[in-house]
Structures are given as C-alpha cells and as structure tokens.
Design a binder for this molecule. Structure first.
Ligand SMILES: Cc1ncc(COP(=O)(O)O)c(C=O)c1O
Length: 365
C-alpha cells in the first residue's frame, strides 16, 4: 500500500523540492532554554488573566483582526491602514516576499542573519544576494550599498541582527532606503525592546520602508504566534491581499491588547535581560571567551572547533544553547539567549564547567 502511494504521489513545485528542510531543535522539558531567544520567563500577568476569561463560545467564531490592528496602529502612532497583524513575523516575511518578489528580482541580505529570510525566498523566483559581514560582524553598510542594483527588490535587515546581536544605525537604514527606492527595505525589529531604537516613526515618511515587530520575544507570546508589519498604506494594501484574513487566531488577538497595555511588565523584563546580559558578559570575559557586542537578548560567542561538544555539555548540564556554526562566517560560534540574572548565573556555571572540561579557555581569542 505504502509503495503504491509513493508511485502515484504528486510532485511538489521544483522550487519546493530544492528547499532545505528546517528542523528547529526540540526542547527538553526541564532544561533552561537559551536556544530560541524567547522570553525565558512568562508573559504579562494581565495576559494570563485575559486568557483565563476566554469563553468556549468565543472560540466558535472566526477571528477579527481589524479592530486589534487599529489598537496596535494607535500604539505605534500609525494609521490602521499602515499595519497588518500576522501569524508571527515568519508569516510576515513569507507574505512580504510572496507579494513583492518576481522572477529576476534580487533579495539583498546582509549575512549572517535570520535563517527564515532565505527559507522563504527560496519559494520565490528571486535571487538571494548575500552581503557577508566582516569578522567583527558589524553591519556591512558600505558593501550593502555597493550591492544595490536596479533589480534589488527587497533588502531584509534584522535590527538588531541575529545571531550577531549587532546593529545598523538609523542613518544607515535611511540611506539604504533612499539608495534603493525601487526596493522594499524591511527592518525587522524583533529584538527592539532590548535595544530601544526604532525606525517605526519613519513609516509612511519613507515610501519603501516596512518595519516588522514580533510578540514572540520580550512580550513572551511566542506560542501564540503573533507579529506585525508596518509600512506605507500603498504597500500594505498589496500585502493585505496576500495575507490570509484568519491567520492570526482569536486567542492571540485577545491577548495582544493587555500585552501592549502592560508597559510596566515589558519594561521590567527588558531591563532584567539587559542587566543579565551585562553580568553574563563579565562571566564570558572571565572565561576568556570571545563575544560580539549584543544589543539583543542573546550573545554570540566563539567556542572554536569543539562547538558541538560545548553545546552537548551545556545540554547535559540542563542549559540549551544554539550552535550557529553553519551560518555564513560563524564556524565555531554559539548563540546563547539571555534570560533573567538568576537563569544566567546557572548558565554561567554550566559554561564554566564546559569550558574547563573542554580546555578551551582563551582558545578562540
Ligand atoms: C530577526 C527575527 N525575526 C523574526 C523572528 C521570528 O519571529 P516570530 O516568532 O514572530 O515568527 C525571529 C525569531 O527568532 C528573529 O530572530
């Protein structure tokens, strides 16, 4: 039976056949998960309250995105027509690429960067033009400008970037948008709350700027899958045509408003992470582990040839971290999410033992 089914199995599009499989690592229940850059603690208690009040009857109805889009737009100082809520920023990237990338177009990507840009571009007919950062992993501004061509259709910039934690400046982003007027410049501010600088105020002013924000990181709602795109209404109306009207579920929509309103919780969590980041940097320096200056809730560190053993030893000690060795220019590098100070003290202790066991102190300096 299985064989017969295989013989008549319809073939997917050639592009899909060429796509790499993406297998996110699975979490183990009791470990400290520092491998996904999530909020490592919880969402706001106000969100929990709303969750508890959702009735069975409410779940029978299709979700209504627009009223919540209006609330989010007001929160960002924008018009409802300038905002689209999405099933996480991943869906936002997917829909943006499907909306704008044609055969022969170029997607400009400073690399290393967030993996899903390349994954979603591979379903389109566009060509990825990677712009490699130097060893310091600083934003490759000049090289990026030089790589702009009349075929550049999207420039995707995670700011702060993952896995490096480094940033592009506001002036650089504005210059890129000006130098590539034929392209959408996507500024993905998934880690905005740990950095504090944004270009969302330029939405509508710059005709080709689109900003993405997620509720998966500082807000602690990764499991609900909710994000957004903010851009000029003239671009957003095309995106909204492609976007499924129901891809953001009603539970996520109900939780979004209290999440936005509880600024105190968000500030507290982001402040805790920033304090933990600085403490953890001190611990890394004591271990003589090379690190890149991070503006996000993670730090990229250089472990060297024994990176896989390091990740395994950390996992054995109950701390999950992410090997980024296969990212362009990242061989031997591991990304560690920053949680609370207490969690990072546990991580620092595990790291100390792993470094001692592998005798890698100072190796990668
Ligand atoms: C730069 C960047 N953008 C987007 C995402 C995904 O966001 P979401 O959970 O909203 O799909 C991530 C997740 O790691 C990310 O690092």
């Amino acid at each position: 039976m299985a064989e017969t089914m295989k013989a008549i199995c319809p073939a997917p599009r050639l592009r899909v056949q060429g796509m790499k499989e993406y297998h996110p690592p699975l979490g183990c229940r009791d470990a400290l998960r520092l491998d996904f850059n999530e909020n490592t603690l919880a969402c706001s208690p106000k969100v929990r309250e709303v969750l508890g009040r959702i009735s069975a009857g409410a779940l029978t109805r299709y979700p209504e995105r627009e009223p919540v889009e209006a609330v989010v737009a007001a929160h960002l100082g924008l018009l409802p027509a300038q905002v689209a809520l999405t099933n996480g920023v991943d869906e936002a990237i997917h829909v943006l690429f499907e909306t704008f990338l044609e055969d022969g177009d170029e997607l400009l990507l400073p690399v290393p960067t967030y993996t899903m840009y390349e994954v979603y571009s591979s379903m389109t007919a566009a060509r990825v033009v990677p712009v490699q950062a130097a060893d310091d992993l600083k934003f490759p501004f000049e090289r990026l400008l030089a790589a702009i061509t009349p075929r550049t259709k999207i420039v995707a910039i995670a700011n702060p970037n993952s896995p490096s934690g480094t940033i592009a400046t506001r002036a650089q982003l504005i210059e890129i948008a000006r130098r590539a007027p034929q392209a959408v410049v996507l500024v993905d501010e998934a880690y905005f709350h740990f950095h504090g600088e944004t270009v969302v105020d330029l939405v509508g002013g710059l005709p080709n700027l689109i900003v993405a924000r997620t509720f998966s990181k500082a807000y602690g709602l990764a499991g609900l899958r909710i994000g957004l795109l903010a851009g000029p209404a003239e671009l957003m109306r095309w995106i909204k045509r492609v976007l499924s009207p129901y891809s953001v579920n009603s539970v996520a929509l109900a939780c979004l408003v209290p999440a936005l309103e509880d600024a105190a919780y968000l500030d507290w969590y982001a402040g805790e992470v920033v304090a933990a980041r600085s403490e953890f940097e001190t611990a890394l320096d004591a271990e003589e582990i090379r690190r890149w200056p991070s503006h996000a809730n993670f730090i990229l560190v250089e472990i060297g040839p024994r990176h896989a053993d390091f990740v395994r030893l950390m996992s054995d000690a109950g701390v999950l971290v992410r090997d980024r060795s296969s990212d362009p220019g990242c061989d031997g590098r591991v990304r560690i999410t920053i949680g609370t100070r207490q969690q990072m003290r546990q991580a620092a202790a595990a790291l100390h033992d792993a470094v001692a066991a592998l005798k890698i102190k100072g190796d990668a300096q």
